[in-house]
Design a protein. Structure first.
Length: 290
């Protein structure tokens, strides 16, 4: 199925939020999503969930959106498995905590997914909101933005250069070689997550896209406008760039409204309970593709 065939009639692409499901349904829903014509599935990621957690990625909320008992899998390991079970649907991380890993580890995991999937990787990264996760790993939460910036720069070099040497604030190594290179050239698309000013600047400067939280047609207008202004400032306005958010679709008319708001992809979870996901996904596909 071509890229144009995975879009609704409005031109918006649709991904499926696997994080909104009990993991027992991940494979079934991924296979169904591919069959129905969805463009992508997106897997959440954490390295560890400490018992004591505070804060939230959602503005105005004080409590974490997930309990520490939430099952968490290795994002790229799981997506590689899904790659072996599928042939077309794209496979995304939503979002990978790049700052917690050495760039060798991150670049290798992402490359493996892209190669094993035949170039179907979509990489969402973020600077993190969960301070206690950083404390558990033994890293300073205050350095998270700088770590993401440095690690992403190193990963891009590993993916594109024959020999890489780096002497930075957080990693320091002499000449190394990194093979294989990703199937996608120059590397898989990097979608920078987060809705803070720093996240938007990072997306506009260094990303191939921005992946936000759940938005409305009204709330998405401000970050989209900021991204356009920032890309003009950084000289990246001519580069390919995708805006991805979660958001409601209640009628076919909503599709054109999301497109006109500057959104390229909606990540959806059209069900209230995991056991309702199959029928919910079928009904949503009928709405946007039927």
């Amino acid at each position: 199925m071509s890229d144009s065939e995975t879009r609704g009639t409005s031109g918006v692409k649709f991904g499926v939020a696997l994080g909104a499901l009990n993991p027992a349904f991940h494979v079934e829903i991924t296979l169904l999503a591919e069959e129905l014509g969805f463009e992508s599935v997106w897997m959440p990621e954490h390295l560890v969930l400490p018992v004591a957690m505070a804060g939230s990625p959602h503005e105005g909320e004080e409590h974490p959106p997930v309990p520490p008992t939430t099952p968490v899998y290795d994002c790229f390991g799981y997506l590689c498995y899904l790659a072996g079970r599928t042939s077309r649907i794209r496979l995304g991380s939503h979002v990978y905590n790049l700052g917690l890993r050495h760039p060798f580890i991150a670049a290798r995991a992402i490359t493996t997914l892209d190669v094993m999937s035949g170039g179907r990787a979509e990489i969402g990264i973020g600077a993190s909101w969960l301070e206690s996760e950083w404390t558990a790993v033994g890293l300073d939460f205050a350095t998270r933005g700088r770590r993401v910036d440095e690690n992403l720069a190193v990963c891009k070099r590993l993916w594109t250069e024959e020999v890489v040497e780096h002497h930075g604030e957080f990693s320091d190594f002499g000449p190394v070689m990194f093979e294989p290179k990703p199937t996608t050239k120059p590397h898989p698309a990097i979608h920078v997550g987060g809705e803070s000013g720093a996240a938007l600047r990072r997306a506009a400067r260094d990303g191939d896209g921005w992946i936000g939280m759940t938005n409305t047609l009204e709330s998405v207008a401000a970050p989209v406008a900021q991204l356009r202004a920032l890309r003009d400032r950084y000289g990246t306005a001519g580069n390919r760039f995708e805006v991805t958010v979660g958001g409601p679709v209640t009628s076919h008319d909503d599709l054109a409204r999301w497109r006109d708001a500057g959104v390229d992809r909606l990540v959806v979870s059209p069900w209230r309970r995991s056991r309702e996901a199959v029928e919910g996904l079928k009904a949503f596909a009928e709405l946007v593709y039927g």
